[in-house]
Design a protein around this ligand. Structure first.
Ligand SMILES: *Cc1c(COP(=O)(O)O)cnc(C)c1O
Length: 405
């Protein structure tokens, strides 16, 4: 039996709601189910306004437009993220300034933030990796001091919290993904969360092809017309119907994923310690929505060997994120210094994780992993020493890596 890395789950009412959306004769955007999803997100998260979009990528593009990002601006973004986080801003002509990550949570290292700010910095984009919050107090402190807006790419973190506050409510804008690889999905979809009320009206216009159509449907203007630039970021109500069925089950989905996460964490703990392998670190002030479970192997070689070992047993595990700062496109904006990102990109391995992963299947995955040990060739001492240092103090490793260059 093959165990995939991801399998899009069905929550139950998707078919019924899609049929209902069709019966309502409104399968374009902003129908009944789009409104249900938006008000669910607004209430559950406590955001001022939620707008469903065709993807998280498009919600990020809307963010760049709303912040009036243009040629010559700089945007600080982690190198360890999905390409859309930066592309949305690069599309508007901004120069990405890549920031390295903390070795524990794999989030933007807030201690490096202030050093990267210049007179051209126009946005700081944070990514809550694996749904574990960035150090928002420190990040917002620096942002406020310099008057720079913060955008949260919260694709992993829907319904996660930081010190009790919902992720997606810290930035002036936040984005969600409902791609089928995410906790809650509709195949392809996203949302823009707007916490700054002054951005709502323009967001509605950008999303509706640059027209004031939304205001027209609310009866606020008597005809609608072209008032600004824009595009078509509106999602079909059929997809919103699918998404609403998922959102209704959010508590059950999070609970099921929590069981999967804790099973990996408890059964792999001893094996990980024996083999000097890192497991996810979740600070006490972070509540995660259990987006993924990963291992931090002692070396690239050990990571590749474990991928092969599992593949030979029908289990698909994957690595994550090729560092953006050293990608062919990223290099054009550089050079940057992101040694932690490079190390994590070389050594991180994601284990199969989906809502209906059975305990039997998971027991099989864990047994297969426990058969694997990192031998001399897998984890050389230099790598191990670097990992130990990395877990202790990131600044030291930065210095070490700089010396090596
Ligand atoms: C999945 C993901 C995206 C892109 O989401 P789409 O909905 O596919 O556009 C952006 N950022 C991060 C961090 C992601 O994980």
């Amino acid at each position: 039996m093959e165990i995939p890395f991801n399998k899009p789950a069905i929550a139950g009412n998707e078919y019924a709601y899609i049929a209902d959306a069709i019966r309502r004769s409104h399968i374009s955007g902003d129908g009944y189910y789009t409104k249900q999803c938006q008000s669910t997100l607004e209430q559950a998260l406590g955001v001022h306004r939620a707008l469903l979009t065709t993807s998280c990528t498009h919600a990020l593009e809307m963010s760049a437009l709303l912040l009036a990002i243009h040629e010559g601006d700089e945007v600080i973004v982690p190198s360890f993220t999905f390409v859309s986080t930066v592309n949305a801003f690069a599309l508007r002509g901004a120069r990405p300034v890549f920031i390295d990550i903390r070795p524990d949570t794999l989030n933007m290292d807030e201690r490096l933030l202030e050093g990267l700010i210049t007179s051209r910095t126009r946005a700081i984009v944070v990514v809550h990796y694996a749904g574990v919050a960035c150090e928002m107090d420190a990040i917002l402190g620096v942002a406020r001091k310099h008057g720079i807006p913060v955008v949260e790419d919260n694709a992993h973190g829907l319904f996660g919290r930081c010190k009790g506050q919902m992720l997606g409510t810290f930035g002036c804008l936040a984005t969600q993904s409902f791609h089928e690889t995410k906790n809650i999905h509709c195949g392809e979809g996203g949302a823009l969360l707007i916490n700054d009320p002054s951005l709502v009206e323009r967001a509605e216009i950008l999303r509706e092809k640059g027209t004031n159509r939304s205001a027209f449907f609310r009866g606020q203007v008597d005809k609608y017309t072209w008032v600004d630039v824009g595009s078509s970021y509106v999602i079909s109500d059929c997809l919103a119907a699918f998404l609403y069925a998922q959102l209704e089950q959010r508590a059950q989905i999070t609970a099921a994923r929590g069981r999967i996460w804790r099973y990996y964490a408890s059964t792999l703990n001893e094996w990980a310690m024996t083999n000097s392998i890192g497991l996810p670190h979740v600070p006490a002030h972070c509540e995660q929505p259990f987006h993924m479970f990963y291992l931090l192997m002692p070396s690239l070689d050990a990571r590749q060997k474990l991928i092969e070992h599992l593949k030979a047993r029908g289990i698909l595990s994957v690595f994550h994120y090729v560092p953006l700062d050293s990608s062919p496109m990223g290099k054009k904006y550089g050079p940057f210094n992101c040694p932690q990102t490079q190390r994590v990109a070389d050594t991180l391995l994601r284990l199969p994780f989906y809502n209906d992963l059975s305990e039997d299947a998971q027991a099989g995955i864990v047994a297969a992993i426990q058969e694997f040990s990192v031998d001399g060739s897998g984890g050389n001492t230099e790598d191990l020493a670097r990992l130990a240092l990395a877990l202790a103090e990131p600044a030291t490793v930065l210095a070490l890596t700089n010396q090596e260059r």
